[in-house]
Design a protein around this ligand. Structure first.
Ligand code: NAP
Length: 281
């Protein structure tokens, strides 16, 4: 079994991006800029945003975090997004989720200029991705995709099973695998026999939020298993895949932590740089 090391892959991607930012600076005399809006004082969100800012600075992006208290009015946030949309120094805008209940998430997402939507959540980017056009792609599935491609460059005709159909993970993951000519099955909480579906798969991507749901006898020999899950349990953080059992069967597997997680932030930086590049054409 091969361990797909997301920490190492993310470090390699960041090094490539750092080089790219240097070249962009020389060519355009400016660097891509990422602005993150953080509302409220939820600790996990604060940690994510701090890590995003640190990584952005590391690769040489211009980065800014705008903080609002939990009680901020929706209009204030929407007006700020509109201001950032027309700010040429801002290449990418990310509003950290979850949002307080009084702020409409969809309204926020749809106010971000699709060309600056580094999360890839705007309906125009969702539509472009599913139509096979160029678009921003949500960072976590993009990270999974890059890990799979690094391990197995040719996915033609592979049978892939995506467990979970969220807009954040499962659905965009399905589109990325389809684009690579996989035969994709997307499964969810109403799927009749999840084990039988998984047993067919050359590639399994699990994005469910249930600790160790995917068991050793659900995975055929030589499958590639990508574990998106991050679940807090009594024994620490575990994925959606039972690592000890599945690693005995699988050809390759991502660990949790140290698999998909580090790729997510690196892909946010990649998306910011890609938005900048598209804006310079
Ligand atoms: P989500 O929005 O809660 O979606 C979970 C999906 O799993 C839903 O489609 C749900 O089906 C499906 N599901 C639930 N129970 C199931 C079951 N018994 N069998 C099959 N499918 C089932 O979750 P998410 O936002 O995609 O996140 C999934 C996991 O990824 C979580 O652990 C989260 O913490 C983690 N995550 C990791 C990263 C990272 O950077 N590594 C980023 C984001 C999220 P229905 O649609 O039928 O309800």
């Amino acid at each position: 079994m091969i361990l797909i090391d997301g920490k190492k892959a993310a470090a390699e991607l960041r090094a490539e991006l750092k080089q790219e930012v240097t070249e962009l600076r020389e060519k355009h005399n400016k660097v891509p800029g990422l602005t993150v809006i953080l509302i409220g004082d939820l600790t996990p969100s604060q940690i994510y945003v701090r890590n995003k800012e640190k990584s952005a600075n590391e690769v040489g992006l211009k980065s800014e975090v705008i903080k609002y208290p939990e009680s901020v009015e929706e209009k204030t946030v929407l007006d700020k997004i509109k201001e950032l949309n027309s700010d040429e120094t801002v290449s990418g805008i990310l509003v950290q989720l979850p949002l307080p209940k009084h702020i409409n998430k969809q309204k926020v997402i749809e106010t971000i200029d699709p060309s600056k939507d580094v999360d890839g959540f705007h309906p125009m980017n969702v539509g472009n991705l599913s139509s096979g056009y160029e678009s921003s792609v949500p960072c976590t599935p993009l990270g999974c995709y890059l890990l799979i491609k690094k391990f197995e460059p040719n996915l033609n005709g592979k049978k892939a099973v995506v467990v979970g159909r969220s807009n954040l993970n499962g659905k965009p993951m399905t589109q990325l695998l389809l684009k690579e000519n996989c035969t994709v099955t997307i499964t969810h909480s109403k799927t009749k026999d999840l084990k039988a579906e998984c047993l067919e798969a050359d590639i399994i991507v699990a994005a469910v939020g249930i600790p160790e749901l995917v068991r050793g006898d659900w995975v055929k020999k030589d499958a590639i298993v990508i574990d998106v899950g991050i679940n807090k349990t009594d024994k620490g953080i575990v994925g959606d895949v039972h690592f000890d059992e599945v690693s005995k069967n699988a050809k390759a597997i991502t660990p949790v932590p140290g698999g998909v997680g580090p790729m997510t932030i690196a892909c946010l930086l990649k998306n910011t740089i890609d938005c900048f590049k598209r804006s310079q054409i």
